[in-house]
Design a protein around this ligand. Structure first.
Ligand code: MRU
Length: 319
């Protein structure tokens, strides 16, 4: 992704350390977080310095390389950081196998990361075919380059369409709990793609007014039957899309697919802390006696999905 004219990835290996664009600080400040140990990488994943399923997987791959000397301990630590995105577990397993086969751990991690980038690029090329000139597209949360190292999943087709001079307009949401729509708006701003950030509960309003032609979202974990977990609020966007006759697509690489799961009811949903709701920018916005519940993801049943945009092509069913 280009940031102020310079090419960046969400994270990269830089001579025995791993560097991350610190996503907690965006878009107000562009800071680099340096991880020197597997513990630093675990911190970065848990505290969401890095977030988004494929980017978490890429971080974990480098984390395993940093913690290579204690492979099992590093694997356990990384697996304990966040429970929902399957890419994390996929990447840790990939690295355990590579280390057991005496491969160079940093080379294996770099191979993993380059492979994810290629997969996302293909998702972009495949998904672009769904986008016509003058389309207005809704995406939820941030499934861009920040969330995947480069290109994105849901944002990749939009990037490719824009590159082909198709005129598009993007509605970006997820304003609560974490305002990750703002990360999407920031990426679109960097690319010069016209867009607007909307409150989460405004999506239905725009859909009914026929101002949204297509929805594309990412995924954190996909079950065998095509049910998938994604950022909280995705399910209601899917139901609204169906009600309003709007095609709803899920863009994800194979590393997000959990072949052990029959359906979405088996996906573990992460509960995050109170502060994501009770504070905004470090400022408390509710009294202490207010109790909160803060699931980070929800599960959307396959019946709401028009199709899946994968690196291998677009398909109606995941399997
Ligand atoms: O909690 P996050 O920010 O890690 O959740 C991110 C999402 O839900 C993304 O939509 C998903 O990981 C797909 S990213 C390409």
């Amino acid at each position: 992704m280009k940031i102020d004219g310079t090419q960046y990835r969400a994270l990269w290996y830089d001579g025995n350390v791993v560097k991350f664009i610190d996503q907690r600080k965006l878009p107000y400040s562009f800071e680099i977080f340096t991880a020197r140990t597997v513990d630093d990488v675990a911190f970065a994943i848990k505290e969401m310095v890095v977030r988004g399923a494929p980017a978490i997987g890429a971080a974990a791959a480098y984390g395993m390389a940093l913690g290579e000397k204690e492979t099992q301990k590093s694997a356990e630590l990384l697996r304990s950081t966040r429970p929902t995105a399957y890419d994390l577990f996929y990447a840790v397993e990939y690295m355990v196998q590579a280390i057991n086969h005496k491969e160079n751990a940093f080379a294996a991690a770099s191979t993993y990361v380059e492979d994810i980038i290629i997969r996302c690029k293909k998702i972009g090329e495949n998904g672009e075919k769904l986008i016509n000139d003058n389309m207005k597209i809704l995406t939820h949360c941030n499934a861009g380059a920040l969330a995947t190292v480069d290109y994105g999943t849901a944002l990749a087709p939009l990037r490719v369409a824009h590159g082909k001079n198709k005129k598009i307009f993007v509605f970006a949401d997820e304003t609560r709990p974490r305002l990750q729509g703002l990360l999407t708006a920031w990426e679109l701003f960097q690319e010069g793609i016209p867009h607007a950030l909307i409150a989460d509960n405004a999506a239905g309003y725009f859909m009914r007014k026929k101002e949204i032609d297509l929805v594309i979202v990412g995924a954190d974990r996909i079950a065998k039957n095509g049910d998938f977990a994604n950022k909280i609020g995705t399910y209601e966007k899917a139901v609204l899309a169906k009600e309003n006759g709007i095609p709803f697509y899920v863009a994800a690489p194979v590393s997000t697919f959990d072949p052990k799961l029959k359906d979405g009811s088996q996906i573990v949903i992460e509960e995050r802390g109170r502060k994501e709701l009770s504070e905004i920018n470090g400022k408390t916005i509710m009294p202490d006696w207010v109790s909160v519940k803060n699931p980070a993801f929800d599960v959307t049943p396959q019946k709401y999905v028009t199709g899946y945009i994968a690196e291998s092509g677009i398909r109606k069913k995941w399997l």
